[in-house]
Structure formats: C-alpha cells, structure tokens
Write a protein that binds this ligand. Structure first.
Ligand code: UT7
Length: 326
C-alpha cells in the first residue's frame, strides 16, 4: 500500500534525576571503565517517585504541543508503545486521552519492547494511509527504572527512563513514509523477559519477580547478526540505497551494538544518532530521544531521509524509512 501519511509533530521528555556510572559503582560491583568500554554509557535519567510511564508520556506530548502549536482535539487514535505501563489496564494510552481530554479517539498500548516506537509509526502509517484514521499520536514511553533489579549488575547499568511522541497525519501529495521492515524471532523471547503472570516459558522456569531479566550476550549476538540483514531488506523493499540515508537512528541499546551494526551494514557511524551515552537504553523511547539530540545539535534538517530501526525483546525488530519534514 502506498503511504498517504507523514510525521507532522514531535516532542520528548526525560526526567531530571541523573544516574551516573559513579553512582552505579556505589550500588553494584562495577566500574565506569567497564560500563563505558562495554556500552558507551555515561549516565541515564531516572523517573521520580511520583512519575510513571503515563506522566512521562504526557510530558512528551506537552513538549510536542509546545514545539508545534498543534491541536490535539482532532487526534483520532493514540498508540503508546511501552513495556512499563503502571497498570495492566487501563492502558497508558487511555491515561493520555484522559489527561488531554481528547474527545473522539481510539487508544491502545502496543507491546513490542525496544522496537515499540518504530512499530507504532508503522501501524500509524497503515491506519492513516488506509483512511481508517486521520491523525494518530504515537508515543514511546518507559519508566524502566521501576522494573529494574538494581542488584543485577549486568542489567541495571543499561536502562534509563524517558519518552518521545510524534503525530502522523494524512498527506496525499507528499507522503513521508517510504517503507517498513518487521521481523520476529519468538524463540529468543527467553533471553529478555519480564513476568506478569507467567511462571514458565517453553517449559523453562522463569525468574518471576516482575523485574527485567536479560541474557545480554544472547541479545547482543542476535542484534548484530539480524539487524544488518533487516536493514538490507528494508532498503531493498523501498528501492533505496544506504547512501540515500541522511541519518541512521537505531535503537540506543548499547554503543558497541550500534558500532557493530554500522560496520556490518555499511552505514556510517558519523551519520548515526544516539541517545545511549547520556540516557542509557530507554527502550521504546530511545529512537525519538536520539533524533531529538540530532535536532538540538543542528544535525537533522528538513528533507533528510531517516532510517529508524528498533530491535529488542520479543525478540522483535522494526525499521521504517521516513522523510523528516516538519
Ligand atoms: O534493548 C535491547 C535489549 N538489550 C540489549 O541490547 C543488551 C545487549 N547486551 C549487552 O549490551 C551486553 O551483553 C552487556 C553490556 C549487557 C554485557 O556485556 P558483555 O560484554 O556481553 O558481558 P558478559 O555478560 O559476557 O559478561 C562479561 C563479564 C562477566 O564476568 P566473567 O564471567 O567474565 O568473570 C560478567 O560477570 O563481565 C561481568 N559483568 C560485569 N562486570 C562489571 C557483567 N556486568 C558487569 C558490570 N560490571 N556491570
């Protein structure tokens, strides 16, 4: 289906509190040197006690409104990509609808972990291009700190909190979506999970404490093996070349993963945008936060072609090619 949609507004939010590598050294047996060498991370933002995934999402939408002077009244679908919703129900999307009092809208959460934001854009493009919806609010919001075991040194050093939001609207003349590529490897789900009710997966007993559990090495190997192939497929489907891409915005999981993906896929690290150094891995929020870094540093210009690529728990991945033109 030919796209008839484009991104028309953008905003982000990160909490005030910083958790530095030095802070982590006081909490677990780790070092600044180890963290920087293995991940490139220096600090992350941590939600306050009274902040939740919903409040982070709302703040990102407030920033979007401020930056675009866009009216939310006629938003007719809200999609929140998150794995850290404070309630199983109602959804974070319903909390956002309530806060902004958006009168006539669908609202649902989307569970695709770190690929959630690009999944949201893919779904929004489909809904708008088909004519089913006119104006879709896509949010990636995560309060990862609320589900991290701060005694597990291999995991707690990675994650941070934040949110990003975009609006996708009907655009027939000059659409801004050029292709998507999605893949799923459910067999790898056991390498990155958080239990809600389930206690076993494929007969294997899970650590059912409600905290994030990760086999980092396996996720790392999967990401650097499969994401470059996915990028190749995405460019092929869109009839584009890697030299057409102005900015590569991968999920900010780990700087070493990004370096390896760039090397294997022939994309330039210098033309990549990340949020990993000062925000850590913010799951579904990491791509909008990285893009915002690029915008605030004056790198991203209107007309630029962006390759946004999310990957993570599921295991799942989703890449989208979009023109930045706000
Ligand atoms: O959002 C998508 C989901 N997540 C990811 O993308 C994460 C992907 N994985 C990773 O980023 C990396 O696997 C990690 C950064 C999590 C770990 O790096 P690694 O190079 O794969 O380390 P490892 O797990 O193989 O552990 C190597 C050593 C171990 O010690 P021994 O057994 O060699 O003595 C660990 O116990 O490093 C040790 N270690 C640490 N040492 C200091 C693990 N965590 C730490 C730590 N500080 N924080």
């Amino acid at each position: 289906m030919k796209s008839q949609a484009k991104i028309t507004a953008f905003g982000t939010y990160v909490p005030e509190r910083r958790l530095t590598n030095e802070d982590l050294q006081k909490m677990v047996d780790t070092s600044d040197e180890w963290i920087v060498q293995r991940t490139g991370m220096k600090e992350r933002r941590i939600a306050a006690e009274n902040e939740s995934t919903s409040t982070l999402a709302i703040k990102a939408v407030e920033d979007l409104v401020k930056r675009s002077s866009l009216y939310l009244e006629d938003v007719d679908c809200i999609i929140v990509a998150t794995t850290t919703a404070e309630y199983a129900l109602p959804s974070v999307a319903c909390r956002v609808q309530e806060y902004f009092n958006i009168p006539h809208t669908a609202a649902f959460d989307l569970s695709a972990a770190c690929a959630g934001f690009t999944y949201g854009l893919h779904v929004a493009n489909g809904l708008v291009s088909s004519g089913a919806h006119q104006k879709v609010l896509v949010i990636g919001a995560e309060a990862m700190s609320k589900v991290i075991d701060y005694e597990d040194r291999a995991t707690c050093i990675l994650f941070g909190d934040g949110a990003g939001a975009m609006v996708v609207e009907r655009e027939e003349e000059n659409p801004g979506f050029f292709g998507s590529h999605l893949e799923t490897e459910g067999a790898g789900g056991i390498h990155l999970y958080r239990t809600i009710i389930g206690e076993t997966m494929n007969g294997v007993e899970l650590q059912s404490n409600g905290k994030m559990v990760q086999n980092g090495r396996e996720v790392y190997k999967w990401a650097v093996r499969s994401v470059p192939k996915g990028i190749e497929q995405l460019l092929l489907k869109a009839g584009m070349n890697k030299t057409d891409v102005d900015w590569f915005v991968p999920h900010s999981a780990n700087l070493r993963i990004i370096e390896s993906i760039c090397e294997r896929s022939g994309l330039s690290l210098e033309r990549s945008l990340t949020s990993v150094e000062y925000m850590g891995n913010t799951s579904s929020a990491s791509i909008p936060l990285a893009l915002d870094n690029g915008i605030k540093e004056g790198k991203v210009e209107n007309g630029d072609l962006l390759l946004l690529y999310g990957f993570g728990g599921g295991l799942t991945q989703c890449g989208v090619l979009v023109r930045w033109d706000l």
